[in-house]
Design a protein around this ligand. Sequence first.
Ligand code: SAH
Length: 684
Amino acid sequence: MSDQRHAPSQDKQSKTLDFSARRRAMVHNQIAARGVESEHVLKAMERVPREQFLPEHMQEFAYDDTPLPIEEGQTISQPYIVAFMTEALNLEGGEKVLEIGTGSGYAAAVLSEIASDVYTVERLGELAVTAAAKLSDLGYRNVHVLHADGTRGWPEHAPYDAIIVAAGGPEVPASLKRQLKIGGRLVIPIGTDPRAQELVRVTRVGDDAFESEDIADVRFVPLVGEEGWASGRPQSSPRQRTRRSADPDDSAISTVREFSEPFDSMEDADLDALIARIGDARVVLLGEATHGTSEFYRMRERLSQELILKKGFRFIAIEGDWPDAARVDHYVRHFEYPASEWTAFARFPTWMWRNREVQSFVDWLRDYNEAKQPEQRVAFHGLDLYSLYTSIRSVLTYLDDVDPEAAETARERYGCLTPWQSDPATYGRAALTGRFRSCEDPVARMLSSLLERRHAYALRNGDRYFDAVQNAKLVANAERYYRIMYYGSRASWNLRDRHMFETLTSLLEFYGANSKTIVWAHNSHVGDALATEMALRGEHNLGQLCRAEFGRGVYTIGFGTDHGQVAAASNWDGPMEIKTVRPAVSNSYERLFHKASQAGNSSRFLLNVAQNGKSDLYNVLGTPRLERAIGVIYSPETELASHYFQAILPKQFDDYFWFDETSAITPLDTKELEGLPDTYPFGV
Ligand code: SAH
């Protein structure tokens, strides 16, 4: 027995010795012998334990003269190639280096032995997380890992002394060239075949001057991204197909014209045919192609009013956070809750809901509700989950009122998240890398204790109990959201849209079997994801989940524009700007509708795009085209890459509102509201 217990550690020790001996041999036989001379590189290669970057069953091959498979179908480069490329960067020590393609993290570790900081970007979330954890476990403090598309570089830390790309692209990404210092070197495999390339070194010799040399023939996995390949198989990828430009032909334009229902102004638009098509739908999803276009808000207001007046819709649900929308809800339903000390819709992007257009609708709802019995008043709710801390505060305030003892426990449990108030994303990273305990358990327990006391609590005030439960659910999902953010955008996007869907179904249940709702959210949330590129990425969304749940009980309306002005930021957390929307690119739905506008002399129209799946219009629109999405950020400079995606419009939406030219929303300046009562939802 005792022998057996000793065996593993002895084994481990001899393996460790074995590894460092093999490592020295590798540097000598595979690297120095082939002509790598840089002392910096040879020393670095001797120091980094390559076996640590491999799955356990592969470790015995760590010092073989070959690339090896790692997770997700990727590879850890051959040691010689890592050494060769590193040498090609001409590092002297102390530089700032950017690496694209973290993979296992091995090459980043080698670079970090020479450079003073290594920024490394990986497009596959799972690999990024594993590599970050591994590098941190091994004590590499000067390596920073980002999960993103590296063809765009990592602009926040630019410019770099050197950039190294560990995957082969069709051309040198312009973003990477821009992020080089003058004198900086970029080493990248380039080739028309995604799996065989020439290794190229680009040196920036002036602001707009670059020199390029071919230094070796190599084989790398493909560089996949906006400025790389669209996928491992470029010939069949949607992005390649859609890059070929084509203007809509005359027959397509005249078909669109024939089916369009033109209107002049919001007020005069005849919506009767649309209202008839909506029929008895229980869920009406209203999209928007941007988060800052006045016409989209105003038409949604007009249509929502009709639906409320003619069809008895019970509540509005927006792509905004639950507690913030609750403020508006109190206002529109004339609830007399005490004023809270925090400001609603105060986080970026404030203009999305704090604007004159929304204010007009909110005021209309309040007036409409005034004469109604409380249980008939139209409510206003938020589906989004970015309010981790205001939701925590709301649960605590609620419990302070109804059950002070339970409030004590809640404070302890939620206390787990308190240290991360200023930036919840750092919580996710800390919990993932194991440097901080996860708060998953305490927030889940908080939700179940609220649910267990349903009877006692709900008796007093059903609305307030429901509100507290929704906040507790939000906290649980948001906690998870920030933790999985580092696994990649797909997982967090899916979690967010599922949260919106679950919130919507909880609301429908709360308001009863016959209740109906109108949702205001971006096209990318409401349009069926199955009809867009999102499906290829494994993403689902609110619209798709609603169709699966409610079938024909859902009616989805998209919105689009060709050109004009929009309110948007240039960076996350950046200030709102009024930006010019570029005319739509060829081969897009927007270009087709723009041509139809010009030909028909009608700059605004409604189009029943779904056509029950058959008609000339359906045939015209059923061929995939590009579609534009502008979010809170708009980057006209990189529009094609960053804002267009492939879609099949008539499968994505039932109807579509077209505004050829549009204008920006008018943001509310909080100062203008001085003098209004405290309860006003948008006031400070
Ligand atoms: N330096 C790595 C080599 C990894 S292989 C190592 O030593 O282990 C190349 C890596 O590039 C793969 O993990 C692949 O997922 C990644 N990759 C491909 N395209 C990318 C892109 N556009 N942005 C970031 N990483 C990318």
